[in-house]
Design a protein around this ligand. Structure first.
Ligand SMILES: *Cc1c(COP(=O)(O)O)cnc(C)c1O
Length: 443
């Protein structure tokens, strides 16, 4: 797994991170509760976070890091924003969970419907995985069809039908990417190449009338950062409409992250009137608390229980503390100029990294939208998963560890996007670019 030339960070001796990782591995598989946290891709010892504030977190050894993960997207305001803290502190004294409806759930639904024009009705859930899994069940229930389309490199949570890779050809459906997923569970999932219009057209001409929905990360953040091209999204929309399939945008990562109206509002700038039928939301919507949502047209959403025949439920759905946290977050991001400032800050990071790489002749490309970014040790921006995976992975790992040693925490895998928050200052960006420049210079 770990390549021998990885430069691992030198933690203080004895390292509390190392000691905690030892203890964790005794009882928790791999020592972590979600695989990418384990540093398996980059090698070395994961940092155990002790506390976080603004753009930073501190690990168990007391080291400070500029945080470019932000809990994988949710912390768009940075950590410990005063308005969010206050809302959560106020909410907890009134009870943690009731299992009965609350006013804040109504307010949350009103905010979502106001901010995302394609959403007429919405249901709250507790994780992105639940949102995408439920939206697929609903799409199948509403259309009476069984097949779904997804794209290679897009991640839609860990439900069985979505842990799948492409079959040998378009006439064959996928095979599981995880042990424990029976082949028959993924036999209705067709996996296509991202940004490949010809293949998409062929798939619809072969299977169109059986397809319940096409699910896509419009700006993919789980194969680093790859945008769907405008013509590709346009064709997705046209083919879904033509064949009566539902277009589902998985905006668990991009929703309220790339723009106030999500990635769909970005595409609507080039494609006037553009809307997906259904949308999955998560991450930013909960502001760091477990909350996610799915929504769409009234006609489709009315298929959901108790109105319709598609069952979906959750003990902690619409949790009162999570809705308080999410609502406070959504209020902050609606302040005038929020996204302009966030986009500019994010762009100053990708610009700075690109300039530094260019100065030292390092192949490099980068892209960003709103507060989400990606960079590649590749001369040109990749358009799909196989192109992303052409990245020189030992080189990325050396870069990752050099940054970590300099107090900069990027995602510990080359196939993950990065996130800038409103708390990142120009000085934080300068320090980050400076550390990258020192690494590029030393190669
Ligand atoms: C994170 C993510 C999910 C899964 O959300 P969880 O809350 O981790 O279950 C689904 N889709 C996309 C696009 C994501 O980025």
């Amino acid at each position: 797994m770990e390549s021998p030339d990885i430069k691992t960070a030198k933690p203080p001796v004895p390292s509390r991170n190392a000691a905690l990782f030892e203890r964790a591995q005794q009882l928790i598989p791999g020592g972590v509760n979600s695989p990418v946290r384990a540093f398996r891709a980059v090698g070395g010892i994961p940092r155990f976070v002790q506390r976080a504030q603004g753009a930073y977190f501190w690990d168990a050894d007391g080291q400070r890091y500029i945080d470019y993960i932000g809990s994988w997207g949710p912390m768009i305001l940075g950590h410990g924003h005063p308005a969010v803290l206050e809302a959560v502190q106020k909410a907890v004294v009134d009870g943690f969970s009731y299992g009965a409806p609350t006013e804040r759930e109504v307010e949350m639904a009103e905010e979502i419907v106001k901010l995302v024009p394609s959403i007429e009705m919405v249901r709250l859930v507790s994780s992105g995985t639940e949102a995408t899994m439920s939206v697929i069940r609903m799409a199948r229930g509403a259309t009476g069809r069984g097949k779904i389309i997804k794209f290679e490199g897009c991640y839609h949570g860990h439900s069985d039908a979505l842990l799948v890779k492409a079959g040998s050809g378009l006439a064959t459906f996928g095979s599981p990417t995880s042990a424990g997923v029976p082949p028959e569970v993924v036999k209705d999932t067709l996996v296509l190449e991202y940004n490949n219009i010809a293949q998409l057209e062929e798939a619809f001409s072969l299977h169109g009338r059986d397809i319940a929905c096409l699910m896509i990360e419009p700006i993919a953040g789980n194969m680093n950062f790859v945008r769907a091209s405008v013509p590709f999204i346009k064709r997705c929309r046209e083919l879904c409409t033509q064949y009566g399939a539902l277009l589902v945008f998985d905006e668990v990562m991009t929703g309220f992250r790339v723009a106030l109206g999500g990635a769909q509002s970005v595409y609507a700038q080039s494609l006037p009137g553009f809307k997906p039928d259904l949308t999955a939301l998560g991450k930013v919507i909960g502001g760091g608390m477990p909350m996610a949502a799915f929504g769409g047209t009234r006609a489709v959403m009315e298929h959901l229980a108790p109105l319709g025949g598609v069952y979906q439920a959750g003990t902690l759905s619409g949790n009162p503390v999570a809705t308080a946290c999410g609502l406070a977050t959504l209020r902050e991001i609606q302040k005038p100029g929020f996204y302009d400032a966030l986009s500019a800050r994010t762009h100053s990071l990708t610009r700075g990294l690109s300039d530094a790489a260019k100065q030292y002749g390092v192949p490099f490309s980068a892209d960003s939208e709103g507060g989400m970014f990606g960079f590649f040790l590749l001369g040109t921006l990749p358009q799909n998963y196989p192109q992303v995976m052409k990245t020189d992975s030992p080189a990325f790992n050396r870069f990752f560890h050099a940054m970590l040693d300099s107090g900069v925490y990027y995602a510990p895998a080359l196939y993950e996007a990065g996130f800038v928050s409103a708390a990142h200052s120009a000085e934080d960006i300068d320090a980050t670019v400076g550390a990258a420049a020192r690494f590029f210079a030393s190669r």
